[in-house]
Write a protein that binds this ligand. Structure first.
Ligand code: NDP
Length: 288
C-alpha cells in the first residue's frame, strides 16, 4: 500500500505533483481554493476535500504548493496540524521558512521546506533531471523520502529549515547572472550581419568551458588563498575590461548588464593588495 498524500494548491505545479502521485498509485487528497481546479484530478481518483482543514485531517503527509507565504497562512488558519508532517513547496525566503518551521512546530507538526528546481512539465519525468531541495526535520524527510521522490528527485540540504530556500535562490541568482551575460552578448551582435542562431553554439560552448571555474572559486574560498600570480589576475582582468565597455559603446549597446561586476573588480583593485588575486575575492567584497 502506497502512502497517502494530501496536497493543498492545484496551480500549474500542484496539479503536476498530484498527477505524479496518482500515477504512482498513491492515495491523494487534494484541496484548492477554487474547487473547479480539482475536477480532472477527482476524475483520476483523487479525493477532493471541501476545506483545507478537512484535507489536512486526511493524512499525515501534507504538501503545500500555493502562491506565496500569505496564502499558506490563509489556507492553514483553521487546520489542526497536530501529528502532521508539513512539506511546504511554496517558494519563499530562508527567513520565512525558519519562521514557518517554528510556527508549525508550535502547532504540533514536523516541518520540511522545499525549493523546486523544475518546471511543471519536468514533474513525474525522472529523466528531466528536475529535483527538489528539502531542509528541516530530518525525521520527516527520512519517513517520507520515497513518497517525496515520486514527482522529482530529492536533495536534503540540512536541518536548518531555511537551507532549501537558500540553495534554491542561490542557484536561481546564478542563473540570472548567466542570463544577463548571454543577453549582453546577443545585444553586441544584434546590429551586425551575424545570425544569432549561428552565434549561439559559440556562446554555449564558451560558457560550458568557463563555468567549471566555479570549482576554483570554491577551493579559494575554503583555503583563503586567492593568489593567482600572473594568470588571469585581477589587475589583468580590470585592464582588459575597458575593452569590453568600449566595445559596447561602439556597438551602441547599453552597458547596464555589463558594468556592475566590472565595477566590483575595479573597487577591489583600487583598495590595493589584490592585484595578484583572482575574482573569488569579489565574494568577500559582497559579504563584508
Ligand atoms: P499558480 O499561480 O499556477 O497557482 C497558485 C496556487 O495558489 C493556486 O492553487 C491558487 O488557488 C493558490 N492560491 C493563491 N492565493 C491563495 C490564497 N490566498 N489562499 C489559498 N490558495 C491560494 O502557481 P504554481 O502552481 O505555478 O506555483 C505554486 C508554487 O510553486 C509557487 O510558490 C511557485 O513559486 C512554486 N514553483 C513554481 C514553478 C513553476 O514553474 N510553475 C517552479 C518552481 C516553483 P486558486 O486556483 O484558487 O487561485
Amino acid at each position: 500500500q502506497k502512502k497517502p498524500v494530501t496536497l493543498l494548491g492545484l496551480g500549474a505545479m500542484g496539479t503536476a505533483l498530484a498527477d505524479a502521485w496518482l500515477t504512482a498509485g498513491h492515495p491523494v487528497t487534494v484541496w484548492n481554493r477554487n474547487p473547479r481546479r480539482a475536477g480532472p484530478l477527482a476524475a483520476r481518483g483523487a479525493a477532493v476535500a471541501a476545506t483545507a482543514a478537512e484535507a489536512v485531517a486526511a493524512g499525515r503527509l501534507v504538501v503545500l504548493c500555493l502562491l506565496d507565504d500569505d496564502s499558506v497562512d490563509e489556507a492553514l488558519a483553521e487546520a489542526d496540524l497536530t501529528g502532521r508532517d508539513l512539506v511546504n513547496l511554496t517558494t519563499g525566503t530562508p527567513l520565512r521558512a525558519r519562521d514557518r518551521a517554528a510556527w508549525a512546530q508550535a502547532r504540533g507538526a514536523r516541518f520540511l521546506d522545499g525549493g523546486i528546481m523544475a518546471v511543471p512539465p519536468m514533474i513525474g519525468v525522472p529523466e528531466s533531471g528536475g529535483y527538489v531541495f528539502y531542509s528541516g526535520s530530518s525525521g520527516a524527510f527520512e519517513d517520507h523520502r520515497d513518497t517525496l521522490a515520486v514527482p522529482a528527485g530529492t536533495r536534503y540540504v540540512g536541518e536548518d529549515p531555511g537551507f532549501a530556500a537558500l540553495h534554491d535562490v542561490a542557484l536561481l541568482s546564478a542563473m540570472y547572472g548567466a542570463f544577463s551575460g548571454i543577453t549582453h552578448a546577443f545585444a553586441l551582435i544584434r546590429r551586425e550581419d551575424i545570425d544569432p542562431e549561428e552565434f549561439v553554439p559559440l556562446l554555449v560552448d564558451w560558457l560550458t568551458a568557463m563555468v567549471p571555474a566555479a570549482h576554483t572559486t570554491a577551493a579559494r574560498l575554503n583555503s583563503g588563498d586567492h593568489t593567482t600570480g600572473v594568470v588571469s589576475n585581477l589587475a589583468m582582468q580590470v585592464a582588459g575590461s575597458a575593452t569590453l565597455v568600449r566595445t559596447a559603446e561602439e556597438q551602441g549597446v547599453d552597458t547596464a548588464l555589463l558594468t556592475p561586476y566590472l565595477q566590483l573588480m575595479e573597487r577591489l583593485l583600487e583598495e590595493g593588495g589584490h592585484d595578484h588575486e583572482d575574482t573569488a575575492r569579489v565574494v568577500d567584497l559582497l559579504t563584508r
